[in-house]
Design a protein around this ligand. Sequence first.
Ligand code: GDP
Ligand code: MG
Length: 178
Amino acid sequence: GSTASDSKNLKVKLVLLGDSGVGKSCIVLRFVRGQFDPTSKVTVGASFLSQTIALPDSTTVKFEIWDTAGQERYAALAPLYYRGAAVAVVAYDITSSESFSKAKYWVKELQKHGSPDIVMALVGNKADLHENRVVSVEDAVEYAEKNGMFFIETSAKTADNINQLFEEIAKRLPRPSV
Ligand code: GDP
Ligand code: MG
């Protein structure tokens, strides 16, 4: 993996993978800028954003976040995108079983071609649309456990669990030995 810097200040490359439309860009914008723009129909602007968080033990983690500009549609481009990533956030939409299948596809890709010590998070986004839920928490938990992933449901719209997602990832990062 590519956790760098001294033991108190980590810098990590984080990539987002998942079907187009599941809310990857909205998750990033909510985390980095605290905003949600319901009118943005397609991926918004920036493909690279960073955000630093502090953990209770005073370690800081700087996430260098790589968001796609829709390249997730082209599987062949993916290895370039996730090369060297210490963290992969694999997202689906809880109202779309197709997006859950696609998430599983990305997990397999990462297991084959990603860094061996990559930290993977499985994220069920659009949790605010629970009345239209088709992917159960139980199925997602079972899949995540089987694949050694951390699982959380989020809503970029309401901000529910967005900060928690990144905090939980930060806690799971391998720490460089001093
Ligand atoms: P991406 O293609 O994965 O980057 O998806 P976007 O971030 O561009 O979001 C796709 C669509 O889903 C947009 O219309 C967003 O407004 C909407 N969206 C994103 N996150 C949420 C969410 O948590 N709840 C709801 N209800 N809609 C969301
Ligand atoms: Mg996007």
